[in-house]
Design a protein around this ligand. Sequence first.
Ligand code: ZN
Length: 272
Amino acid sequence: MRRLAVAGLLLTLTACAPGGCQPTGSPETGDANPAEEPLPGDPDEPLAEPEAPPEPEPVTWPHEPGGSLYPGSGNGATDATLWAAGMRFPMEAAPAYANSQVYGYGGYLAPGPGGQCDARNYAYPWRDNFCETRSWTNGMCPAGKGHQGQDIRPATCEKKVHWAVAAESGRVTSIGSYTVTLLGDSGRIYRYLHLDMAGVHALFPNSASRDVTRGQHLGKVSADFGGNATTIHLHFEIKAPVASGGGAAVVMFVPTYSSLVDSYGRLLSVTS
Ligand SMILES: [Zn+2]
């Protein structure tokens, strides 16, 4: 019986393909020689490789491609580099809605009547708004200037409910009037704008409190804008060293959308 068992093992091995292993003799493999199969319960039966569990369905959601800005809002970045590969999505929970504040409902260049809490703002598809028309310098934009990050609405149109979290482990190096700066251990810089700043100060009362781990609460999404208010959203930026024509790399704003798409897909995979 051992000989047959060995033969069975060999057959098992040869039935393993990159897509996974099928037990020999199963109808799927078309094995025409079931007599080679060890009997169930045979003590010499080789340990069959367990059938690979079914691959989880890839979780996706409707999202426009990177660089495809709202029509008329500017030309998007053409660079599709995954600048922050592996980062954690900067909001704790899904859903979240990456889209324009200025060109969305309730914005001053909105496509029609409606407030910021309009259900159409809290819906997919996602849309890139890095490089959206602004006067700020941005070397990654075709125009040389534009919106320096991505705007993301939380799950609901409520202030001080939804947590923003550290995209990677590192240190909070600055807390401004409406900007929280995280220097990641990778050397990348992440900036979180418009959080509930009073809550941020309560979380980080002193220097010793500012070392953070990936996924740690940084503050709640709000609309703080240094004494003014904006819409309820997280404006999220990434700054990273970018090679510059043979000289030293320059740390600059880089396109955020691809890293957000990547990290959100992974967040959905574990929470859905
Ligand atoms: Zn913004």
